[in-house]
Design a protein around this ligand. Sequence first.
Ligand SMILES: [Zn+2]
Length: 458
Amino acid sequence: MGSLVVNGLIVTMDEERRIIEDGAVYLKDGKIEDVGRTSKLVDEYARDSEEQIDAKGRIVMPGFISSHTHLYGMALRGASLDIEPPTDFTQNLQRIWWSLDELLTKNDAYATALSAALTYAKHGVTCFADTWSGPNSINGVLDHIEKAVREVGIRGVLAFESTERHSEKEGNEGINENERFIKKAKGQNRSLVEGMVSVHASFTVTDDHIRRAFQVAEELDAPFTIHTAEGLGDVYHNLERYGERTVERFKRLGILGPRTVLAHCVNVSTREVDLIANTKAGVAHNPMSNSLNAVGVAPVPDMLEKGVNVGLGDDGYIFEPFENMRSAFLIHRVHRRDPGAITLQDVLEMATMNGAKLYGLDTEIGSIESGKRADLVLIEPKVKPSPINANSVLGHLTYTCNAGDIDAVIVDGEVILRDRELVGIDEEKETAKVHKTISRLWDRLRSAEPQIDRVRGH
Ligand SMILES: [Zn+2]
């Protein structure tokens, strides 16, 4: 027996980008069996459905995909840090993120992942790509994150962010943790959680490390991701030590290709965008985090014009798909002083299909099409300023909606959020647990040391 979602406004994100008014989706065995008009699907499938979910007045979308995040970013939400305020991105890493990394435990990994996964589930994000960082919590840490993600029931692509900030040994342990986890995840039948290889950024690792990490991704046929030209420090590091800009160095190392997801690409030249396009590498764009860190604006309109696949991430900052879409929509218009710089369709693609493509999941998720896994969100805008129909829905998704409008979430055919409530999870109890762990981390963070001499490659 399957289940029917009926009477909805279906934004399919399929090849033709069809939007179906008074539409229905038939789900069976965790998959989408059929999509079409409600009258037709009720005729065909009502007898074989144990449940009908009424989506009247609701937008039905494929689940949102966060193409780049750090679940442990939850640990810094609202933290008051007694530090000299950073004035650029490198200081930001030295004084905040790397100081935090030193303190993180596997228990923190579980608690922050649980906090983020609960948030994602309530906000309609059904899949994300995460990298964990922490030199004192490497071996086995991904199992703790996996446990939290499984408890909530969303999809995740998990990795440890390998770096040689302290030593080559630390770098190897990071690669090994990814290798271990990818193999484990591949061995699990129909798992919602997968592994990938993640390297921190070009300025904390040697050429040799990048090559070795990429080789593991190739051997295991897994995605590979690396922070790329986020701040100018990254670019200067590579110019000074290698005489190459960041993406040029990656080209020489042979790591650009369809399995590679370059996070950020803020400070990239036109030639570097061409290299990305020609090699079919993908980009995870994080406009809200880039704004917070004041690193600049990624040339996303150029990338889209050249056919680069760009997904939308949050970088562990604001775990909310609508705010990230709004930000992506606005930042390029003002940056280019061009209202045609980016379209509503572009940002919606970045938040769904493009993210699926980045991680090789586009035959499984990213759109509402028969044969794909059943990852859907039902959105009921609390405020309806004007009619919501096939012609206006893209505008409403970027201008009107917010996370509080997510009414139901279905992942792999399972309803995990119903009437805005998480199913089978005592949210209050779980949140109290998380807060206790994060409070203890904040206590430790108060006496943390800045991490200054932490670049490699000379
Ligand atoms: Zn990041």
